[in-house]
Design a protein around this ligand. Structure first.
Ligand code: 5GP
Ligand code: MG
Length: 177
């Protein structure tokens, strides 16, 4: 890849805003009286988390967990480890995981198993994007923003080699999938 990859907008900021509002409405309906703990998967979910919770008008808590993820080569090894731990006990809590993308599904499957062992009262998944064409393990996404094609996407929190997280639109890199 050249040092200046070409970006194409897949979902613009208005479409993202509408989708975040729709996700917030779905989540509000299910969680408004449950004092949930929202767990963002670092780093890709930080922008969705920030926008989403501004739409949630009920008591909730926020935590983050860091997992090892793709490096520059964008290959998934299937090996996942926790590199930044939760700061909140989750036993008995209503837990909603907020993730950026479900690709092969290996990372979030590992995470859901890891969290389930800590005995939350409930455990659900909200994902900004889903790339079902590359799935290797089945994953139930309870609240889904966008289904994306088999392309490498960046922006709105998602990175390529730590770059492009700051783009306000969800874009794909030309020629990369
Ligand atoms: P998995 O393949 O385990 O479902 O995805 C693991 C991680 O790979 C995701 O959480 C995300 O960090 C990264 N990833 C997968 N597909 C993409 C993509 O299209 N764009 C970006 N930026 N990251 C991706
Ligand atoms: Mg992720």
């Amino acid at each position: 890849m050249s040092s200046q990859p070409k970006l194409h907008v897949l979902f613009n900021r208005q479409e993202i805003e509408a989708t975040v509002s729709r996700l917030a409405a779905e989540i509000s309906q299910d969680y408004h009286d449950r004092h949930p703990l929202l767990i963002g998967v670092l780093k890709g979910s930080f922008m969705l988390m920030a926008d989403l919770i501004r739409h949630l008008d009920f008591p909730l808590e926020v935590d983050f967990i860091g997992l090892s993820s793709y490096g520059k080569d964008r290959q998934t090894s299937g090996k996942v480890k926790v590199v930044h731990e939760l700061s909140t006990p989750i036993k008995g809590r209503e837990v909603l995981v907020i993730d950026d993308i479900v690709d092969t599904g290996l990372t979030v499957s590992f995470l859901l198993d890891y969290l389930r062992k800590k005995k939350p009262a409930s455990l659900k998944l909200c994902a900004l994007t889903d790339k079902p064409s590359r799935r290797r393990v089945p994953v139930t996404i309870d609240y889904l923003g966008f289904t994306v094609p088999n392309k490498f996407i960046v922006g709105y929190g998602l990175d390529w080699d730590e770059k492009f997280r700051n783009l306000p639109d969800i874009c794909f890199l030309e020629g990369e999938d």
